[in-house]
Design a protein around this ligand. Sequence first.
Ligand SMILES: [Zn+2]
Length: 118
Amino acid sequence: MEGAEIEKSDESWHDMFMKKEQSEPMNPSHIFCPNLACCARGQIGAGNIVIHDRQRQRSRCKACRKTFSANRGTMFEGLRKPTPLIVIVVTLLAYGCPVQAIVHVFGLDERTVSGQLA
Ligand SMILES: [Zn+2]
């Protein structure tokens, strides 16, 4: 039952993973300013976004001088778990690792893990 469920969702994750691999994780020209009060908000490739802190994946807008997470607007937005863990979890799921095993090993909520397949 559960095995079949994971297999069915496998393909959609695979597509998502391939897309992510193709795109640069820290490419400021693909990020726009999320500051609602900023005149350069929503402009992609306008040159107003620079990398602020590569380690913490933060970008900065030259127009309003605000910094924000480079992950904004990506599939990882809103997830409180660190990105590498999400990648590990999703990889395990893609290889057919039972959700219960991942929940047990990483101490995650089962709905969080299942949500990675949605
Ligand atoms: Zn801005």
